[in-house]
Design a protein around this ligand. Structure first.
Ligand code: NAD
Length: 298
């Protein structure tokens, strides 16, 4: 693998991930639609900021996208600047989409890029901002075996556990299903807290008990006391992005004809929270929206 790495999307996750690539000794070129983010990154790290996707494409042998949605990834590659990025990439270049994108859209994008001689791998991540910073993300990789082998050394700077989960799109399917479970556990923990509190239980005591019992989950162990009860609401993962992930999972089930009632319910709950609070609010504050529902009487 030769040449610079182009990194698109210097947000909550992209910023620390790109920093780890620089630390790993790679020449990194960064771009963000908010140009001050790319410039700020280049000021702080040994990296080059560019103001156009065409420039990034000309300089990079490998491109990483860390954008909000698969729609944004498609736009960056094929639509913005008249599709300059895909046009400027040399045949044989590899695009690694590390965003949590829709797996069906990823397969379509893969076909369109392949027609231009560009290879696509999906490699979404889990672990949040904390593990993005220390380079210990879990990464779920989909694509053809040869391309995956070629990108593993790059991914190794950002993640500790690299899972190969099948062909293109499987990484994104895996990711939305993981986040569907995480979101469902969070919604259930928040609901249990609401009921318990109303009955007279102390929420802090509740989560001491739950964390020593079978109801424990990532949400109960890492979110309920630290982010919700403390009202810190500062995980760095927005409710809009989690609502998007749960929708991808529920829609995927519908697209392939699998009955998934919990997916539908969780999709509705997080859509409601995102609409009520605003998509840019922290996902742990979803409880504030659900609390507004008040009590059902009678
Ligand atoms: P973010 O909103 O903080 O960052 C996204 C960045 O992309 C922003 O800087 C934005 O300006 C930029 N951007 C948007 N559209 C663009 C475009 N077309 N071209 C160039 N730049 C563009 O989001 P994030 O929290 O870093 O999440 C990124 C992805 O990672 C999402 O798919 C999210 O679901 C996923 N994810 C997030 C977390 C988390 O804890 N935040 C954890 C795992 C996965």
């Amino acid at each position: 693998m030769s040449g610079s790495i182009g990194f698109i999307g210097i947000g909550n996750m992209g910023r620390p991930m790109a920093a780890n690539l620089v630390r790993g000794g790679h020449a990194v070129i960064v771009y963000d639609v908010a140009p001050e983010r790319a410039r700020g990154f280049a000021d702080e790290h040994q990296a080059r900021a560019v103001s156009s996707l065409a420039e990034l494409g000309r300089g990079a042998g490998t491109v990483i996208t860390m954008l909000p949605t698969g729609r944004d990834v498609r736009a960056a590659l094929l639509e913005m600047e008249g599709g300059a990025l895909a046009k400027s990439l040399k045949a044989g270049s590899i695009v690694i989409d590390m965003s949590s994108s829709d797996p069906v859209g990823t397969r379509e994008l893969g076909k369109e890029l392949a027609a231009r001689g560009v290879r696509l791998v999906d490699a979404p991540v889990s672990g949040g901002v904390v593990r993005a910073k220390d380079g210990s993300l879990a990464i779920m990789i989909g694509g053809d075996a040869e391309t995956i082998e070629a990108v593993k050394p790059i991914l190794g700077h950002m993640g500790k556990r690299l899972f190969e989960v099948g062909g293109l799109g499987n990484g994104h399917a895996m990711k939305c299903l993981n986040n569907f479970i995480a979101a469902t556990q969070f919604a259930a923990a928040a609901e249990a807290m609401r009921v318990g509190k109303e009955f007279g239980l102390d929420p802090n005591v509740m989560f001491d008990v739950i964390n020593a019992s079978t109801g424990r989950s990532f949400a109960s162990e890492n979110l309920m006391k630290q982010e919700v009860i403390s009202e810190r609401f500062g995980t760095g993962f927005t409710v809009g992005l989690l609502a998007k992930d749960v929708k991808i999972a529920a829609d995927l089930a519908e697209q392939i004809g699998v009955e998934a009632p919990i997916g539908r319910l969780t999709r509705d709950l997080f859509r409601e929270a995102s609409d009520t609070l605003g998509a840019d609010q922290d996902h742990s504050s979803a409880v504030l929206a659900w609390n507004k529902r008040g009590k059902k009487r009678g």
